[in-house]
Design a protein around this ligand. Structure first.
Ligand code: PHE
Length: 448
């Protein structure tokens, strides 16, 4: 594919919005709170924040650098850049595992996107109003126990994703993200406000920010690092693919700061909205993937205007999930479109159907295949753990090592508009701190 024919973002703003749209999603609102709950609270939060700053930021920039240099799908970009620089052809593995990771993640991500759609509908039909914690819990377990229901909503979610990706990623994304992201932030603030009225906000604050360092072990640190990768959409070729549509005029460093700040604020707000409800109702901190689906409907059922707020919340959550899901499919589609003779629509349908099929196995883990374990995990947990804790960190490690050691240092400094001490700091972080950080977390989790 010729370089000239490769599309570019219509403006800098579109790029920022697309990157934020990819980063902010179920990872922030669904996954972050339940991982905090499972992993003992504040210690996890603080390790996570350190991982975001010292590992997430440099890797995000590394992926954009590689994508922008390559101007192609992640696999071709890595292959070409390695060849041009006279490096090992094996670097292409970074591109391949990225594309594969996106594919695997989307399969279980779409199942949760389906839950969000189902809850959107449930808010309209009054499925949650007047129910107590047990009633709300029963709605959730009822959904999990029904393969047909899960399949229906997983399918609906994938149809939406395929429909949007087939038309090309930039069309329509910009306007939607621009209005809906602020709406999401405002709604989260309203929910935090509700949390304050429960009288248990202080407990939630302490749980999230007052660490019990005794709770930290290798497993918690690995989970926190995995979450940092997941929430920033790193290690999956996505940010590389988005970088490949990027012109020279975008300041990568300040853009990365904006995206990371927004992503982190939304995750923390989600925690501050959810934990007061957990404490107020004596719910289980350790409820896992069901946490937001058994806490927030309780709040909506008990507050003035709760029906409409609940509807808005689940709509926005679905939307945030969609903008992330689009980005998960994009690298595989971009690759197929540029490498094969398939049209964009055919490439999207092929990848989308593959993801949909794998997603069916994931959703059956909640019912029919609940006892089918591989390495001690059901299929859903296996896909989640394999990607977040292994594939993403390894791919991200490859990307940052390549960007920091194999791309020419001067060119990168110019691209990042860094000089003097700031440039040296970048080199130290990207060459040593981030890669060694990832390796240390791996080793640490192996030894316990
Ligand atoms: N970052 C997204 C989220 O937090 C999920 C995602 C992961 C999207 C990986 C793309 C790639 O929900």
């Amino acid at each position: 594919m010729s370089k000239l024919a490769h599309a570019q973002w219509s403006s800098k703003m579109t790029f920022v919005l697309a990157a934020a749209g990819s980063a902010v999603g179920l990872g922030n609102i669904w996954k972050f709170p339940y991982m905090v709950g499972e992993s003992g609270g504040a210690a996890f939060v603080l390790v996570y924040l350190v991982c975001i700053g010292l590992i997430g930021l440099p890797i995000l920039i590394a992926e954009w650098l590689i994508g922008r240099r390559g101007q192609e799908n992640p696999i071709n970009a890595m292959a070409d850049l390695a060849k041009r620089g006279g490096h090992f052809p094996a670097w292409v593995a970074v591109g391949i595992s990225g594309v594969l990771g996106g594919f695997l993640i989307l399969s279980f991500y779409s199942v949760i996107g389906g839950w969000s759609l189902y809850y959107t509908l449930g808010s309209v039909t009054g499925n949650f109003s007047g129910k107590d914690a047990d009633g709300i819990g029963a709605v959730f377990t009822g959904m999990l126990g029904s393969p047909g229901l899960l399949l229906l909503w997983h399918t609906a979610f994938m149809v939406l994703v395929i429909g949007i990706v087939a038309r090309g990623v930039t069309n329509g994304l910009e306007g939607a993200v621009r209005t809906l992201m602020p709406a999401l932030v405002i709604l989260m603030l309203v929910l935090v406000g509700y949390g304050i009225t429960t009288g248990h906000f202080g407990e939630a604050l302490a749980f999230m920010f007052s660490p019990d360092w005794g709770a930290v072990n290798g497993e918690v640190v690995l989970a926190a690092m995995g979450q940092a990768f997941f929430t920033l959409s790193l290690g999956m070729g996505i940010m590389m693919a988005y970088g490949s549509y990027l012109g020279e005029d975008v300041n990568l460093l300040s853009t990365a700061r904006t995206v990371i700040l927004l992503d982190t604020v939304i995750a923390v707000l989600a925690g501050l909205a959810i934990f007061p409800i957990v404490f107020a109702n004596g719910l289980d901190l350790d409820s896992g993937p069901g946490l937001i689906f058994v806490t927030l409907p309780l709040a909506f059922g008990n507050m003035a205007g709760g029906t409409i707020l609940g509807l808005m919340f689940f709509l926005l959550l679905t939307f945030a999930a969609l903008t992330s899901a689009i980005s998960l499919l994009e690298p595989a589609v971009e690759f197929m479109e540029e490498r094969t003779s398939l049209s964009r629509v055919a490439a999207t349908a092929t990848c989308g159907i593959g993801v949909w099929l794998l997603g069916i196995l994931a959703l059956l883990s909640f019912n029919l295949l609940g006892d089918f374990l591989i390495l001690g995990f059901n299929i859903f947990d296996l896909l989640d753990n394999l990607t977040s804790k292994i594939l993403l960190p390894l791919t991200g490690l490859g990307a940052v090592v390549f960007a920091a050691w194999c791309l020419d240092r001067q060119g990168v400094a110019q691209e990042l508009r860094l000089s003097g001490g700031a440039e040296s700091l970048w080199v130290v972080v990207a060459r040593y701190i981030a890669p060694l950080g990832v390796i240390a977390v791996f080793v640490n989790s192996l030894v316990g």
